[in-house]
Design a binder for this molecule. Structure first.
Ligand SMILES: NC(=O)c1ccc[n+]([C@@H]2O[C@H](COP(=O)([O-])OP(=O)(O)OC[C@H]3O[C@@H](n4cnc5c(N)ncnc54)[C@H](OP(=O)(O)O)[C@@H]3O)[C@@H](O)[C@H]2O)c1
Length: 237
C-alpha cells in the first residue's frame, strides 16, 4: 500500500486526490492531509502529492529531499526558483511535475507536435478557458501545448495575450486565456491557414480525471531512481 501525504488536501483538486485514493484502499492510504500553515513532515511516507500553490513548491521539494520521499507536483505557475528547487531535489529523490495529470491532454500535445511540423506555414494560437477562481494565467497546460508546437518546429516565440497594437509576427505562437464560471479546463490549439484551419480541442469535464492521474504518477514514482520524470513516462510505463 502506497502511503501518501497530500499537500493542498482541502483544495478543489487535493480533496479529489484524497477521495479517489480512499476509493482504492488496497493501493493507497492517506497518511496526512496538509494545508496552508501545516508542518511539512513527510517522514515515513511512500510519496508526496503537492497540489497546493506555487509559493509552497520550493519548501515542499526541500522537505521531500530531506525525508527521501518521492514528490509529485501538480501545481502550476511555478517561478524559476521553484523549478530550480525541484531540480535540486531531483538529485536525491524522484520528482515528477505535470501541469496536467490527464492522460489525453498529453496525447493532444503529441497531435499538436505532429500538426505543427506538417503544417509549418500555419499560424498557431492556443486559447484556454478555466473557472473564475483559477489563479495563474495562461494555464500550465496551455504553455505545455504551445511548447509542444514550438519544440516540434524548433522555432517560434510564445506570445502571451494580445492588447493594443500587436500584429502577428511570423512564426510566433499565441497563448490567450479566458476565465469564468465553473469551466474545469478547456484548451484549443488553432492551426490557422488561408481559407482553412484545424482546431485540436481538449476538454476536461470532471476534475477527478486529474486526481486519478496524480495517483498514477505517485504509484509510478515509488521505487524510482532520483531524477526528473514527466507524465509521458507514466503513460508509456
Ligand atoms: N496538474 C493538474 O492536472 C492540475 C489540475 C488542476 C489544477 N492544478 C493546479 O493545482 C493547484 C491547486 O488547484 P486547485 O484548483 O485545487 O486550487 P485550490 O482549490 O485553491 O486549492 C489549493 C489548496 O492549497 C492550499 N494552499 C495554498 N497555499 C498553500 C501553502 N503555501 N502550503 C500548503 N497549502 C497551501 C490551499 O489552502 P487554503 O484553502 O488555506 O488557501 C488550498 O486548500 C493550482 O496550481 C492549479 O493550477 C493542476
Amino acid at each position: 500500500v502506497i502511503e501518501l501525504v497530500v499537500v493542498g488536501a482541502r483544495g478543489r483538486l487535493g480533496s479529489l486526490v484524497v477521495a479517489e485514493a480512499e476509493k482504492r484502499p488496497a493501493d493507497f492510504k492517506i497518511k496526512a492531509k496538509l494545508g496552508r500553515g501545516d508542518a511539512l513532515d513527510f517522514a515515513g511516507a511512500s510519496a508526496v502529492i503537492d497540489v497546493s500553490n506555487a509559493s509552497a513548491t520550493a519548501s515542499i521539494a526541500l522537505a521531500c529531499a530531506k525525508a527521501g520521499v518521492p514528490l509529485v507536483v501538480g501545481t502550476t505557475g511555478l517561478v524559476q526558483a521553484a523549478v530550480a528547487a525541484l531540480d535540486d531535489a531531483a538529485r536525491s529523490i524522484a520528482v515528477l511535475h505535470a501541469a496536467n495529470f490527464s492522460v489525453s491532454a498529453h496525447v493532444a500535445a503529441k497531435l499538436v507536435g505532429e500538426a505543427a511540423t506538417r503544417l509549418r506555414a500555419y499560424d498557431v494560437e492556443v486559447v484556454e478557458a478555466h473557472h473564475r477562481l483559477k489563479k495563474d494565467a495562461p494555464s500550465g497546460t496551455a504553455l505545455m501545448l504551445a511548447n509542444a508546437a514550438r519544440d516540434a518546429r524548433q522555432s517560434g516565440e510564445l506570445k502571451r495575450g494580445r492588447d493594443g497594437a500587436s500584429p502577428r509576427v511570423a512564426g510566433e505562437i499565441g497563448v490567450s486565456a479566458i476565465r469564468g464560471g465553473d469551466v474545469v479546463g478547456e484548451h484549443t490549439v488553432y492551426f490557422l491557414g488561408d481559407g482553412e484551419r484545424i482546431e485540436i480541442v481538449h476538454r476536461v469535464t470532471d476534475r477527478a480525471v486529474f486526481a486519478r492521474g496524480a495517483l498514477a504518477a505517485a504509484a509510478y514514482l515509488v521505487g524510482k531512481k532520483p531524477g526528473r520524470y514527466a507524465m509521458a513516462d507514466v503513460i508509456s510505463a
